[in-house]
Design a protein around this ligand. Structure first.
Ligand SMILES: [Mn+2]
Length: 327
């Protein structure tokens, strides 16, 4: 029996399941855990879903989101199922609800998974945990409902950033099956990726500050307080979704690193993204920040122009070192 067949047997035989996932929930963790919870409820099982953090507002349209909570009174669950989490510690404050359970299933697609479960169903070639859970539906011979298909589609859509990353022929095969259950892909993409009018206006101002370094490998842009005030009249402050801007400028052809400098009260918030192998986590660490290899950030005290000069200098130095070390 392979891992998904073993999981299918456990889902059939056991009666109560506690499902959970990582901090900062995303489309994959939410879609996967809710689809699995819905399937188990249809099979007549007792199910609860736990997340350490609350639901981001863009996922407010997901069916069954009201099932998610951040703690539970009972501790007599027969099986714990943890999805989309490379290590136990990613569960933060809900970890304690799983550590006392007699059996834990770990379903994940991260290369770095620590195999913390009693049963580990791992596939680093899968685009998302959602793609893997669809395999469990198939193994059980269960056709997803329209709501379950929507949840699994959202999981795959968001983890591949609209099918740009980690997408294989198998991913498209699963998506084509999910769409056949009556989903409207354009409507779902709009709900997740369309941005508010004021954000687009601000994007216009930010683009006008775009600069490129001498090496033509680094691009950067600014969000000043003045811009935010002129667009938003100080109303919400919520329009500067940094991810939207930085994801736009990292898509510029032939560059390696993108930086966005946002003016706060007496500090500058810097977001960094990279393509190829430049480690922006290392650069952020120089300034007391951190994050991931290709996405990280830091906070620096000082005036905008002076901070820009220091950070861009450090990025150019890191790119220079990389080129040097290859020779
Ligand atoms: Mn994922």
């Amino acid at each position: 029996m392979n891992d998904k067949e073993k999981i299918a047997e456990i889902l059939k035989k056991r009666n109560s399941f506690l499902i959970g996932s990582h901090v900062n929930p995303d489309g994959d963790s939410l879609g996967t855990e809710l689809a699995l919870a819905s399937l188990l409820k249809r099979m007549g099982k007792k199910v609860a879903v736990l997340n350490p953090d609350s639901l981001p507002s863009i996922y407010g349209f997901l069916p069954y989101k009201e099932w998610i909570s951040s703690s539970c009174k009972e501790n007599d669950w027969e099986v714990g199922i943890i999805v989309d989490s490379s290590e136990y510690e990613r569960l933060k404050k809900i970890q304690k609800f799983f550590s006392s359970l007699p059996f834990v299933i770990n379903i994940d697609h991260h290369v770095s998974n620590k195999k913390f479960g009693n049963l580990n169903f791992l596939d680093s070639s899968a685009s998302s945990a959602g793609e893997m859970v669809y395999e469990i539906f198939k193994t059980l011979g269960e056709r997803p409902t329209k709501e379950e298909a929507l949840l699994l589609y959202v999981a795959i859509l968001t983890d591949t950033n609209c099918f740009k990353f980690s997408t294989t022929a198998h991913t498209h095969y699963v998506v084509s099956e999910l769409l056949s259950f009556g989903l409207n892909p354009r409507e779902l993409q709009e709900k997740i990726y369309d941005i508010p009018f004021l954000t687009v206006k601000l994007l216009g101002l930010i683009f006008s500050t775009l600069q490129i370094s001498k090496s033509r490998k680094v691009v950067w842009a600014e969000i000043t307080r003045e811009m935010l005030e002129s667009i938003d009249k100080g109303r919400s402050g919520d329009i500067a979704q940094t991810d939207v801007f930085i994801n736009q400028i990292i898509s510029i052809k032939n560059i390696k690193v993108a930086a966005l400098f946002k003016e706060l009260d007496n500090k500058i918030k810097i977001s960094l993204r990279s393509k190829d192998s430049v480690d922006v986590n290392k650069i952020a660490k120089v300034f007391g920040g951190g994050g991931h290899l290709r996405a990280s950030g830091c906070l620096i005290q000082g005036a905008l122009k002076e901070v820009e000069e220091r950070v861009i200098g450090e990025i150019e130095k890191e790119i220079g070192n990389k080129v040097g070390s290859k020779q």
